[in-house]
Design a binder for this molecule. Structure first.
Ligand SMILES: Nc1ncnc2c1ncn2[C@@H]1O[C@H](COP(=O)(O)OP(=O)(O)OP(=O)(O)O)[C@@H](O)[C@H]1O
Ligand SMILES: NCC(=O)N[C@@H]1O[C@H](COP(=O)([O-])[O-])[C@@H](O)[C@H]1O
Ligand SMILES: [Mg+2]
Length: 389
């Protein structure tokens, strides 16, 4: 399907955060025309795009207005919270939606992708259940057992997520999930807490007219359900990598289309457990900005445009560490960048977000090292030097 034969293409990016920004840079390098869309002005990807639109991406009317105005060749979602039913309509009208409109619909809510992976494809996941009221959550929590993890079905970057230790904490988890749910959903998922040895993102590249290929697995560490640091390569056995690749292939084949997917797994002593996936570049994959010959954004671009990917090279131990805000502010300035960059094999990305709030990701430090431990230490140290003032 849809192999693109000529450049430039007109790409509409729905969501314009840090991941979109790097994607736009990759797209611009091949001369494409990009319209960056998000819910607020001057979002990171808008700063490097040809033009920008500020709309509610959950509004079908707003989406119709920008698509009619710009007539893009491809629509490239960058976040989950989009009125995906409308994307199905655009696809029927002949606009390519990446990876497919159906895939964005499956992955917009945790329950849909979970049902596809677990029930339809028989993939091993954590034990889980759903609730739409506090009463149901109390009952489902008891069935799943404690500790468990409660998340809004519609959220990302750990928003509204909590680890629940006992029955006494269920109500608080319910209130937190509902208050932080994105969009109009009031549904939560409860998952068995997996005591994993390591969690990984397997960047999986699905191509229009070539076989699915994989990057070396990325290990990561999360806090509050949000990524803090990631590294590549991840130290897991070859048979577990193959098991993860098989699951990733199965799930991405079911979703169809083309593009990069960030497929998340929990790795225990004996098992490879599927968690979730992003049908687009993954935040933990920002390490590839320093760790590969082609980063995840360049790979996504090549895959969606049907351009060849002859070789992905992992360049050795590398890591990323996030630079977070600690306070609410509309004035953004950083100190410590010079100190961070004084170290060999360290790089910094500052996203250019126009406002900060506690724990908002404002930048990322990247580092290479003699081994993964050294790279992680270097990236974390560099990130800690950069401070918002
Ligand atoms: N069942 C679980 N057992 C143990 N840890 C979990 C479980 N579910 C989530 N976590 C932890 O919380 C993190 C975030 O969870 P998840 O990926 O489901 O949320 P998310 O909001 O979609 O995050 P993102 O959008 O950043 O991928 C996981 O990477 C993992 O560290
Ligand atoms: N885990 C998903 C993820 O990392 N998404 C990235 O964060 C942006 C939103 O940031 P914000 O919440 O700071 O606006 C998104 O636009 C995307 O780039
Ligand atoms: Mg995740």
């Amino acid at each position: 399907m849809n192999k693109v034969l000529k450049l430039p293409q007109k790409l509409m990016l729905l969501g314009s955060g840090e991941l979109g920004k790097e994607f736009v840079i990759a797209a611009q390098r091949l001369g494409n025309y990009v319209i960056a869309v998000d819910r607020y002005a001057n979002a990171p990807a808008m700063q490097v795009a040809d033009c920008a639109e500020v709309i509610s991406m959950l509004s079908a009317e707003d989406l119709e207005a920008v698509v009619s105005k710009h007539q893009p060749d491809l629509i490239i979602p960058e976040i989950e919270a989009i009125r995906t039913e409308k994307l199905l309509e655009f696809e029927q009208r002949g606009i390519t939606v990446i990876p497919t409109a159906a895939a964005t619909n499956y992955t917009m809510n945790r329950d849909r992708i979970r049902e596809l992976a677990h029930r339809e494809l028989g993939v091993r996941t954590a034990k889980y259940g759903y609730a739409v009221t506090l009463g149901e959550l109390i009952a489902v929590s008891a069935e799943i057992g404690f500790p468990n993890v409660v998340k809004p079905v519609m959220s990302s970057s750990g928003k509204g997520q909590s680890v629940v230790q006992n029955r006494g904490e269920v109500e608080q988890a319910w209130n937190y999930a509902i208050a932080n749910s994105r969009g109009d959903s009031q549904k939560v998922i409860v998952e068995e807490f997996i005591n994993f040895e390591i969690e990984i993102t397997l960047l999986t590249i699905k191509q229009w007219d070539a076989p699915t290929i994989f990057c070396s697995p990325i290990g990561h560490r999360q806090e509050r359900g949000d990524y803090q640091e990631s590294w590549q390569p991840a130290n897991i056995s070859e048979d577990k990598i193959l098991a993860a690749e098989e699951i990733a292939k199965k799930v991405t084949d079911a979703l169809g289309g083309a593009g990069i997917f960030g497929v998340e797994f929990f790795i225990t002593k004996d098992e490879v457990i599927f968690s979730e996936l992003s049908p687009r570049p993954h935040d933990t994959g920002m390490v590839t900005l320093i760790s590969q010959n082609l980063n995840e954004f360049e790979l996504h671009l090549r895959a969606v445009l049907g351009l060849p990917i002859p070789h992905i090279e992992q360049l050795g131990p590398a890591a990323s560490a996030v630079i977070l805000a600690s306070e609410k502010s509309d004035y953004i300035a950083f100190t410590g960048v010079a100190e961070a960059l004084a170290e060999k094999d360290v790089d910094i990305r500052l996203f250019g977000k126009p406002a900060a709030h506690p724990y908002r990701r404002m930048g990322v430090a990247l580092a290479k090292g003699d081994n993964v431990q050294a790279a992680r230490e270097k990236a974390t140290k560099a990130a800690s030097k950069v401070k918002l003032v």
